[in-house]
Design a binder for this molecule. Sequence first.
Ligand SMILES: Cc1cc2nc3c(=O)[nH]c(=O)nc-3n(C[C@H](O)[C@H](O)[C@H](O)COP(=O)(O)O)c2cc1C
Length: 173
Amino acid sequence: MKTLIAYSSTLGCTEQCASRMKGELGEDVEMIRISRRKKYDLDKYETIIIGGSIHDGLIQHSVRHFCDIYLDELLKKHIGLFVCCIDPDMDEKELIRNAFPGKLVEHALASGYFGGELNFRKMNLLQKIMTRKAARLQREPEIDFEKILLFAGQMQNLNSRSNRYHPQGLLNI
Ligand SMILES: Cc1cc2nc3c(=O)[nH]c(=O)nc-3n(C[C@H](O)[C@H](O)[C@H](O)COP(=O)(O)O)c2cc1C
């Protein structure tokens, strides 16, 4: 059965993470950029990994909308959740809890925070102004590729194990 990585990416960072994960997960993995205007047939997927990035404290509306309208179907799948952002002080568990519906967070096999990037070249003026504060960060934010590899490995392991028994809880990467 297939795996779907459904993501939203404003400036390309989450897309990069999704693409890296696809490479790690091997064959039978599809990637889609979530759009509110599209309808999705999720029947053919056994595993669905959902990701987005944080802008002004919130994950993209399209990601939240996708989770809300397909919630019943998603609760029948093996689920992974991930988020990209740059706030060095955030609590990872809280970040995931705020980004996705509670039921989905409880149901997920794994969740991950993969860091982020500030891609000024792709930003419009408003985005540059909004990230002015963030630009004063001590360290240049970057994607944590090791966490992506760890997450992909966990999804593969838990997927094969959960075919035998139901997992007891969420694994934070
Ligand atoms: C306008 C704007 C607002 C942002 N707001 C936040 C924020 O509230 N918290 C945070 O941790 N990162 C914030 N970021 C950083 C993004 O989460 C980070 O750049 C991420 O890598 C973007 O991923 P994407 O390119 O897939 O959209 C913001 C970035 C922009 C451009």
